[in-house]
Write a protein that binds this ligand. Structure first.
Ligand SMILES: [Zn+2]
Ligand SMILES: [Zn+2]
Length: 252
């Protein structure tokens, strides 16, 4: 067995938006950043000693444009196949995130008005359509793709055999990484309770660290404590009818 190393690839700021490079027998990229980041990711992986032509797979954690915005470009630059979950195929094919965005708090409510969030990006057709847990051994890394629905229906995480969890937007840092190491919700979740259930399922697998799309790596124990508080908060919202299911939201 070879050790799989997780290398952050900052796409915006020092860690406001991250893609990741997973190094095993072959390199795998997780996430592709906002539109126009293909070159930047290409240059950074080259700087890490990777021949972009060796990349065996580009895994997209979900159908938000800060994660798949440059997937088609990165596919052209590397020739690597793109993997995405079937439940987010609509956004991948249309180049638009599923609307409306459902804010998790004040940050999301403010951000939802930002027109950049509603842009159409270059669509991407996944070469590998993920449905369930998927072993990445054939792609040269000791890791599995784990479906972690909730943030979006097609959200996935990648768990290495060393216990590194590359978690997309399953959890984030406070204020996009301005408060490094402090767990927080990303600005939006389609299904907050579903996301929390996915997060707890991943924490139960005892990851050693969580590598997130927005911010610095998170310590699992800190995330566990945060998840317990978040569970109480969501339960209160649900009890008072302030946590409406997506179907009601769509018609609002
Ligand atoms: Zn997202
Ligand atoms: Zn994101």
């Amino acid at each position: 067995m070879s050790r799989t190393k997780v290398v952050p690839i900052p796409v915006m700021g020092r860690h406001n938006i991250n893609a990741y490079l997973l190094l095993g027998r072959r390199p795998v990229i997780v996430d592709a950043g906002v539109p126009g980041s293909g070159r930047k990711i290409h240059e950074q992986i080259t700087a890490h000693g990777v021949d972009p032509g060796d990349v065996s797979l580009i895994v997209i954690t979900h159908g938000h444009i800060d994660h798949f915005g440059s997937a088609a470009e990165l596919h052209r630059l590397t020739g690597a196949p793109v993997a995405g979950h079937v439940a987010d195929l609509g956004p991948f094919r249309s180049g638009r995130a599923r609307e409306p965005y459902r804010p998790t708090g004040l940050m999301g409510r403010l951000m939802a008005r930002n027109k950049n969030l509603h842009l159409k990006v270059e669509p991407v057709e996944p070469d590998l359509l993920l449905r369930g847990e998927t072993d990445l051994d054939d792609f040269g890394i000791e890791a599995r793709v784990m479906p972690t629905p909730g943030h979006t229906a097609g959200s996935v995480s990648v768990l290495t055999n060393r216990g590194d969890l590359v978690a997309g937007d399953l959890v984030a840092n406070s204020l996009f990484g301005l408060v490094p190491g402090r767990p927080a919700n990303p600005p939006f979740h389609d299904d907050p309770l579903g996301n929390l259930a996915s997060l707890r399922r991943m924490l139960a697998l005892d990851p050693v660290r969580l590598h997130v799309g927005h911010g610095t790596p998170l310590e699992p124990d800190r995330v566990r404590r945060w998840a317990a508080r978040e569970h109480r908060r969501l339960s209160r919202l649900q009890a008072t009818g302030r946590l409406s299911p997506r179907a009601q939201d769509d018609t609002a």
